[in-house]
Design a binder for this molecule. Structure first.
Ligand code: SF4
Length: 403
């Protein structure tokens, strides 16, 4: 049996920006997971066509697979398949061709075209930095664990790629395969922690950090920053202060878009709930925001409310399915829905069959929007399955809704 989650499990470099705003977040997340079990589950009942953006769970999976391919590409830069240092480092096109060969192997699950382009972009950028800094293959480290001693992280963090110029400098590269806009590398809290950890581990006082985020607009796909000894010292003090503040007996709980968006305690958090209700009340009583900051706060609150609603709904349904009561609400009847078994394969298949416009740069396709011809083709390939939906949540007529 795994140990009960504790606050330190949630004090991680990747959560630094959120904890800087809401020091109580790790305490709340650990408590919620301890008391209520596993992290909040994503709602399972989205109607077909209801969501245009990919689901968070799908995005996480896509990100994991993209990172795995990025890692493979960087390993090809560093080593040949027999584990010997690669002699073809300058020839990036050869390496990209090898990566494509691996991706084309029959048993491999295929990435969609846009994600594959992102992976190639990342590998090319790492190669460019290798050439620029004359990095030797053995000094290319992939998925390297940094302990970050002294910053207050119990688990440290794993850097996507580190290039080492021994005794001179370290280059930390972070691949962002997702759909969120990123802070500049020089302003990125997680990378500041990595820079500090890398400087300590490799005994250097010069660190470059790079974010490679190929899905961003062209001028934001690559961003770099540099830390000298003074900047590393300042970053270390700041980060240590944040992690220390999160460990005090009664840390402050501060709702905001950045802190709440991925907080596992969101649907159990009273301050976050009050924040959403206050925003709603202000909208009703005071009217529209009057300046850019207030409009921004409204946009933040509605984005968090969206997540709150979705996860809250999933929780109520689970409670009702388990035989519980929710005053004023009941479960509706389930129904059959159609879903795609392998989205990337379906996109490639339709692309091959001439549905190019629909598939160009597509991350997902909605069955409800397919023509009958496309749907028949997918069914013929057994790429569509029928499954029961989870029942809908319905108000009981005449009863006071409790939610
Ligand atoms: S939901 Fe928001 S306010 Fe509540 S603990 Fe999490 S980050 Fe803090």
């Amino acid at each position: 049996m795994s140990a009960a989650p504790v606050r330190d499990d949630y004090i991680r470099p990747s959560a630094l920006s959120a904890i800087a705003i809401c020091p109580g977040r790790p305490t709340m997340e650990a408590a919620v997971e301890r008391v209520f079990g596993q992290a909040e589950e994503e709602a399972e009942d989205d109607e077909e066509g209801e969501e245009e953006a990919p689901e968070r769970g799908n995005v996480a999976q896509l990100g994991t697979e993209a990172h795995a391919w990025g890692e493979t590409g960087i390993r090809l830069l560093a080593m040949d398949r027999d584990g010997k240092p690669n002699e073809i480092l300058p020839h990036i096109d050869t390496i990209i061709a090898k990566l494509n060969e691996l991706h084309a192997e029959p048993e491999v699950t295929k990435m969609d075209k846009w994600t594959w382009w992102c992976i190639e972009f990342y590998v090319r950028k790492v190669h460019e930095l290798c050439v620029m800094h004359d990095i030797q293959p053995l000094n290319i480290l992939v998925e390297h664990h940094l302990t970050m001693d002294g910053l207050g992280f119990r688990q440290g963090g794993t850097s996507d790629c580190i290039l080492v110029v021994p005794f001179v400098k370290v280059i930390v590269i972070d691949f962002k395969a997702g759909f969120l806009d990123q802070d500049d590398a020089s302003e990125h809290d997680q990378l500041a922690a990595y820079a500090y950890g890398a400087a300590k581990e490799f005994s250097v006082d010069q660190v470059q950090v790079w974010i490679v985020a190929p899905r961003c607009d062209k001028d934001r796909r690559v961003s770099g920053g540099a830390f000298d000894a003074e900047a590393l010292r300042t970053a270390g003090i700041w980060i240590e202060a944040i992690t220390r503040r999160a460990r005090i007996a009664d840390p402050e709980i501060v709702p905001s878009y950045t802190s709440c968006l991925y907080c596992k305690a969101l649907t159990r958090c009273n301050p976050a709930r009050s924040w959403l209700m206050n925003t709603q009340e202000a909208l009703t009583l005071i009217g529209d925001p009057t300046d850019a900051d207030e409009w921004g706060r409204l946009a933040d609150a509605q984005a968090i409310a969206g997540r709150f609603n979705k996860e809250g709904k999933a929780k109520v349904k689970k409670h009702l399915i388990g035989g519980g009561q929710a005053t004023g609400w009941k479960l509706g009847a389930g129904r059959a829905i159609w879903s795609l078994l392998e989205v990337a394969k379906a996109i490639d298949f339709l692309d091959e069959k001439g549905f190019t416009e629909m598939c160009s740069n597509a991350l997902t396709i909605k069955i409800g929007k397919l023509s009958q011809e496309a749907r028949d083709l997918l069914e013929g390939e057994k790429l569509i399955e029928e499954r029961p939906s989870s029942p809908s949540l319905k108000p009981v007529k005449g009863a006071k809704a409790a939610l």
